[in-house]
Design a protein around this ligand. Structure first.
Ligand code: AOF
Ligand code: ZN
Length: 342
């Protein structure tokens, strides 16, 4: 295949990858092309627990005669995985489908998941790597960094007023954002392995911290609740209801993530309040932010983030818009939702 054709296919794969949701798994896109570079099928990974990009593309390809499969190329943003995790190995699926060629951008490098390229080559598949590697690394840069540090990927939830407040002067805080925003937040809860809150949030709001749908019914998957802080929380705290919780008696966010990782959890939601946001931001341990903003001012009251030790503008902790399915900013009823990455 002409180089310009494979580059175009990889660009499309990178674009498709962005339709998914990052978290426990990276964003991955895949395109299957024939020898001329004509697209036969496309696929992307939607999020942990769902089919991988390669499997998605193969499913959409459907039946194809062996000679055509042999001549086809799978162009994918990440090295096909080699392990059985929540889904089966992509290297095997590609071999079983009889696909003759694979071009991937960046190696997986995971201790379990890596090694797909070697498996493919051993089975006689033509494999090349490194096409648009910089772009593919950039696409998941925080995810790769989190895995290299052997810590979970972190999502910070901020729900605030236009002037960045999470409670009024008298402490009232329910509800700043709309029911539509709350529903989105619950959908995020249903995708993570754990939610982290501070003891202050437990005392102030006594939240249940489970994930509920628009009818108030619990989703099938419920996150573990992690309470960070030194104070004893009340014996009858609502989040203790089903026993799927624990307290970490520390103020160190690294220790919290180490504990979460030791439980086999690879994606956490940092939900509240300001002390949690501050501690994780200060330690550069926030991989993405969902910022829910209500169109109101309070002018006083608690801010969403506290002291970060920043004295001058040039030292600001900077984030950038990170599109999810083409949109970094969404309208949720009266509110806006902005998705950001460092
Ligand atoms: C791929 N294609 O689309 C993705 C991959 O638990 P699992 O089965 O979902 O596996 C997750 C691991 O697989 C993840 O940590 C990463 O190494 C890789 N992700 N691999 O071949 C994909 N999302
Ligand atoms: Zn895979």
């Amino acid at each position: 295949m002409e180089a310009s054709r494979s580059t175009a296919a990889m660009r499309l794969s990178l674009e498709l990858a962005r339709r998914g949701t990052r978290g426990a798994n990276p964003l991955v896109g895949a395109v299957i092309v024939d020898a001329e570079g004509t697209i036969l099928a496309t696929g992307h990974h939607r999020g942990a627990g769902t089919p991988h990009a390669e499997a998605d593309a193969l499913n959409r390809l459907g039946p194809i005669d062996p000679a055509a499969a042999r001549a086809a190329t799978m162009v994918v943003t990440l090295e096909p995985c080699n392990h059985t995790g929540r889904t089966g190995p992509c290297s095997r699926a590609i071999i079983d489908a009889g696909i003759g060629n694979v071009i991937f951008a960046v190696t997986d490098g995971g201790t379990d998941s890596g090694g797909g390229a070697a498996t493919l080559r051993a089975a006689g598949v033509e494999v090349s790597q490194g096409l648009l590697e910089t772009e593919a690394t950039e696409l998941n840069h925080r995810w790769f960094a989190a895995r290299a540090a052997q810590r979970p990927f972190t999502t910070l939830h901020l729900a605030q007023t236009l002037d960045g407040r999470i409670a009024a002067a008298d402490g009232t805080s329910q509800w700043i954002t709309s029911p539509r925003s709350l529903l989105h937040a619950h959908e995020v809860r249903a995708r993570v392995g754990a939610i982290v809150v501070g003891t202050g949030t437990v005392f102030a709001d006594n939240p249940r911290l489970n994930a509920r749908n628009e009818h108030g019914e619990p989703f099938e998957h419920q996150p573990r609740r992690i309470v960070m802080g030194l104070r004893d929380i009340p014996a009858d705290a609502a989040l203790k209801a089903d026993g799927n919780w624990e307290q970490v008696r520390t103020r160190d966010p690294h220790q919290v993530l180490a504990l979460v990782a030791s439980r086999g959890i690879d994606h956490v939601l940092l939900e509240g309040g300001a002390s949690i946001a501050t501690a994780f931001l200060a330690a550069d341990l926030v991989d993405e932010i969902f910022l829910y903003q209500a169109p109101i001012f309070l002018g006083a009251g608690r801010g969403s983030v506290g002291e970060l030790g920043i004295a001058t503008l040039s030292a600001a902790r900077a984030f950038r818009l990170d599109p999810v399915d083409g949109e970094a900013v969404r309208i949720l009823g009266p509110d806006t939702l902005t998705h950001l990455e460092p």
